[in-house]
Design a protein around this ligand. Structure first.
Ligand code: AMP
Ligand code: GLY
Length: 434
């Protein structure tokens, strides 16, 4: 199967490994890929936002399957463009991708379909926003969200009125260009956050989905959820204390109305939806939709899936997903991000990496090969991923793997999955305080 994979990071490397691991013979092309992905397939000289370049290549080479991993090209309409050539694409149309590309669009959608979520108001005028903040009754922090895509930096939890006003002014002033000329002011939700990925195949004639196991990301840079937010420092899944009835509740409260809403609004879906969920004392509430796989959640999901990935994604791409569930490996998977010195503010690039032969899976994210040597080339440099019978043994395996990898300034969290493990070992459920 000739496959085009759009993207270049750890998520894409993990997908590439999995595509090649199954029985289907795969010839992989990546746009733009990376030096590491280049060891698994052929890298093409097109950046993810070079829609014309990618479409031109696809028109000539006609891949059997195209997988668009990042949100940027999805929101910009790359899937629409490739599909209009008659190609099979795993990735949503631009209209559907607005669920991630516009937070106010997503919020209106949630309200239309009775999906539980935080109260919010959308603001484009400074005076109006200032008045709302000065009479705010939903409690603190006030959550301010740039409406459009802001490379994961468009959400601020403002602890004080001053911070909220200052953030509002910066956003409306165009901190993220057009993406922040509309701002969502949102009530804070408290509880346990989880990442729920759902494969969806929806058009006018059918509406089908398959839920993947809920995972949990760790957004802050330091142990104990301290320090600044990052793209994600590690993840694990499934969440050991979530019971079948909890998954059913996630399905009924969030997934089913989403899929129904997509069909009702004529929003075709051929890809994955990643629901950011806060499990509050009122039950699960939807924080946001993403129209793509999460990073580092994907690194976990690829360890858990016991499927021939090219065939599974092709089923979705061709609109013939028709199964109750996907096959999973038993136990638990984990992925720990090894980040560069200075991440997340100013990651140090070009630092040589010593990669031995760890007993776990090495996922390249921000690396580059220079003179035959891997060096750091981004914030999240490498992930170590593995799978074991349970979360405790998976954590243990990562610890062993860590012994054979090092570079100057390497930083990582030692507590990925620890809080959930302790919660489970204490016999607590998702309804107990987190
Ligand atoms: P988002 O970009 O929407 O995922 O937001 C980034 C992060 O902000 C989420 O992963 C949450 O941790 C946090 N967040 C978003 N909305 C809320 C909210 N209403 N209450 C509390 N935290 C939130
Ligand atoms: N891990 C969070 C994200 O991919 O947005």
């Amino acid at each position: 199967m000739k496959i085009l994979l759009v993207g270049s990071g750890g998520r894409e490397y993990a997908i590439a490994l999995k595509l090649l691991a199954g029985p289907t013979p795969v010839k992989l092309f990546a746009a733009p890929g990376s030096d590491a992905i280049g060891e698994l397939g052929v890298c093409l000289p097109f950046a993810v936002d070079d829609l014309e370049g990618i479409k031109g290549w696809a028109a000539e080479h006609r891949p059997d399957l195209s997988i668009i991993a990042p949100e940027g090209p999805l929101v910009a309409g790359l899937a629409d463009g490739l599909r209009s050539m008659g190609l099979a694409v795993f990735g949503h149309d631009a209209n559907t991708s607005r669920l991630e590309g516009s937070k106010s669009f997503a919020k209106d959608f949630m309200h239309r379909y009775g999906i539980p979520c935080a109260a919010s108001v959308s603001v484009s005028e400074l005076n109006n926003g200032e008045a709302i903040i000065s009479t705010w009754t939903y409690g603190y922090p006030i959550v301010l969200k740039a409406d459009g895509l802001a490379a994961g930096k468009g959400v601020v939890l403002a602890a004080t009125e001053e911070e909220a006003l200052e953030t509002l002014r910066r956003f409306l002033d165009g901190q993220f260009g057009e993406a922040s000329r509309t701002v969502l002011l949102e009530a804070p939700l408290f509880g346990m956050e989880l990442s729920l990925h759902v494969l969806v195949d929806v058009d006018a004639t059918h509406a089908r989905y398959v839920m993947l196991p809920p995972c949990q990301d760790h957004k802050r840079i330091f142990d104990g959820d301290k320090g600044p937010n990052t793209g994600g420092m590690g993840a694990f899944g499934p969440i050991p204390f979530l019971k079948a009835e909890d998954i059913t509740l996630l399905r009924d409260a969030l997934v089913v109305p989403t899929v129904r809403g997509l069909q009702k609004e004529g929003l075709n879906a051929r890809g994955v939806l990643f629901l950011g969920v806060m499990w509050t004392d009122q039950g699960p509430q939807l924080l946001e939709y993403n129209c793509r796989f999460g990073d580092p959640e994907t690194q976990v999901l690829m360890q858990l899936l016991n499927e021939d990935l090219p065939q599974l994604l092709l089923e979705v791409a061709e609109g013939r997903l028709d199964r109750e569930r996907v096959k999973l490996n038993p136990g638990c998977a984990i992925s720990v991000v090894l980040a560069a010195e200075g991440y997340p503010d100013a990651p140090r690039k070009g630092v040589p990496i010593d990669v031995g032969t760890p007993s776990v899976t090495v996922i390249h994210a921000g690396t580059k090969m220079i003179n035959g040597r891997w060096v750091t080339n981004g914030g999240r440099v490498i992930n170590l991923s593995t799978h074991a019978g349970n979360l405790a043994s998976a954590r243990q395996r990562i610890e062993e793997g860590l012994e054979s990898i090092h570079w100057v300034g390497m930083q990582y969290r030692k507590d990925i999955g620890l809080r959930a493990l302790q919660h489970a070992e204490a016999g607590r459920s998702v309804r107990d305080p987190w």
